[in-house]
Ligand binder design. Structure first.
Ligand code: ATP
Ligand code: PRP
Ligand code: MG
Length: 391
């Protein structure tokens, strides 16, 4: 049991959300890089930490390592918010497009803790981490709930062999006669808040949790636990360790989310504006990333007639409707309009169906290009955020 710490009375587990709060601290803060060549490599200096409310710069926490680190930087880059990091071991960086913003690289769970402590204002983490370390926390708020990467699920898994061979659902597991008060079902997990809560909700009796960081899939084979509760994506790690998921055993579906401290949004100058800009850029990029722009030529006697043909096809409606422009052809020295160029946006998934529908109504010369951004008049998430903040 060397790597595991038994948690007593699991329904009483309460995580310390505030390991950093309070007390004067000394902290390393790097001087922010300016555009001048001399300042390219900021020298770390030690400064004393002032009270959180005195801070005027806005802070965004990003995963410092692991699965989400690279994709988070890629997402921001795709939103024209490239993070400028002087070297990979330096934990502070900036985004030249956003003045008055510091980026701090932290472990995902520490991002959530530091949001609560007021040391960060915004952060990007997996929903699993946010839920585990921040769910009971009324100050924390999800600003964007689907950043479309880091997809995984928090799921219960049991061995494929032995007494579990014919156990395929949470109900089967609960009904096994093996679990008693003296000998409960032992579950190894890093999610000691979500796990017990889930089991309680499902009415599972006689369960105990032990905690471990990483390589949890080894625990059943080592005899340390009967089951595990861990993140699953492709399922390869489970399979390679002779484990299986069970029906009804998914605790949470997760992906990357943008989160914030409500207190910061409301009280700290500049946080709301920066959040609005980041949110708008994220939404514009994520909306565009699943669409194509399609242009085609269509024969027709006037624009309205062409529009009607397009609207008759279910996959060609576009975002608001087609843009239709006359194509001026010169034939025998005379200019005439026999064709119209149409522009529509189509979901990437529906591209081929859309091309077929365009052809069926006389479309030709179909050109397809990627879309970079779609800015709507106002993002629904922004409106929701303001209303949740009571603004
Ligand atoms: N197999 C996976 N596929 C997709 N996303 C995953 C997978 N495993 C984890 N994630 C997502 O990536 C996040 C970070 O996971 P990662 O393993 O990099 O860090 P961690 O194990 O939480 O951190 P630490 O090692 O500091 O404890 C998770 O919170 C989850 O949202
Ligand atoms: O279903 P799969 O695609 O096989 O992914 C699942 C694995 O990914 C995560 O671990 P990770 O690789 O991040 O290592 P860690 O345990 O060190 O965090 C998770 O803890 C699983 O072990
Ligand atoms: Mg991991």
């Amino acid at each position: 049991m060397a790597a595991f710490v038994e948690i007593q009375g699991f329904f009483q587990i309460r995580r310390q959300h505030l390991p950093l709060a309070g007390g004067a601290r000394l902290r390393q803060v790097a001087v922010r890089a300016s555009n001048s060549a001399a300042a390219v490599a900021p020298a770390p200096v030690v400064v004393s930490d002032g009270a959180a409310s005195e801070r005027t710069v806005v802070r965004l926490g990003l995963p410092s390592k692991g699965r989400m680190a690279e994709e988070t930087l890629n997402l921001l880059k795709n939103c024209q918010l490239t993070v400028r990091q002087v070297n990979p071991r330096q934990y502070v960086a900036d985004i030249p497009q956003l003045s008055n913003l510091e980026v701090w690289f932290q472990r995902p769970k520490d991002i959530v803790r530091k949001l609560h402590a007021g040391d960060l204002d915004l952060g990007i983490v997996g929903l699993d981490t946010f839920s585990e370390y921040g769910q009971e926390n009324e100050d924390l708020i999800i600003v964007h709930n689907e950043l479309k990467y880091g997809d995984c699920r928090l799921s219960i898994a049991i061995p494929m062999y032995g007494i579990f061979e014919n156990i395929n659902s949470l109900q089967d597991l609960a009904q096994m006669p093996h679990w008693t008060e003296e000998r409960p079902l032992r579950v190894a997990t890093g999610f000691t808040c979500l796990g017990p809560r889930f089991m309680k909700e499902k009415g599972m009796k006689h369960v105990s949790f032990s905690t471990a960081d990483g390589a949890l899939e080894a625990a059943p084979a080592m005899g340390i636990s009967d089951a595990i509760l861990d993140l699953v994506s492709s399922g390869t790690t489970l399979r390679e360790n002779n484990l299986k998921e069970i029906d009804g055993g998914v605790v949470l579906e997760s992906q990357a989310v943008l989160v914030a401290s409500k207190k910061s949004l409301i009280q700290r100058s500049g946080v709301l504006d920066i959040t609005h800009e980041i949110l708008e850029r994220l939404e514009a990029h994520l909306r565009a990333a699943v669409q194509f722009t399609v242009t085609a030529n269509m024969r027709g006697s006037n624009a309205e007639q062409v529009a009607e043909k397009i609207h008759s096809q279910p996959s060609l409606a576009g975002l608001q409707g087609p843009t239709i422009s006359p194509v001026y052809c010169k034939r025998d020295g005379k200019v005439s309009i026999d064709y119209y160029a149409i522009i529509i946006c189509v979901p990437q998934k529906a591209l081929y169906k859309s091309v077929q529908q365009l052809r069926s109504i006389g479309g030709s010369g179909v050109l397809v290009s990627p879309l970079t951004y779609i800015f709507e008049e106002e993002t629904p998430r922004w409106r929701n955020l303001l209303s949740e903040l009571g603004l």
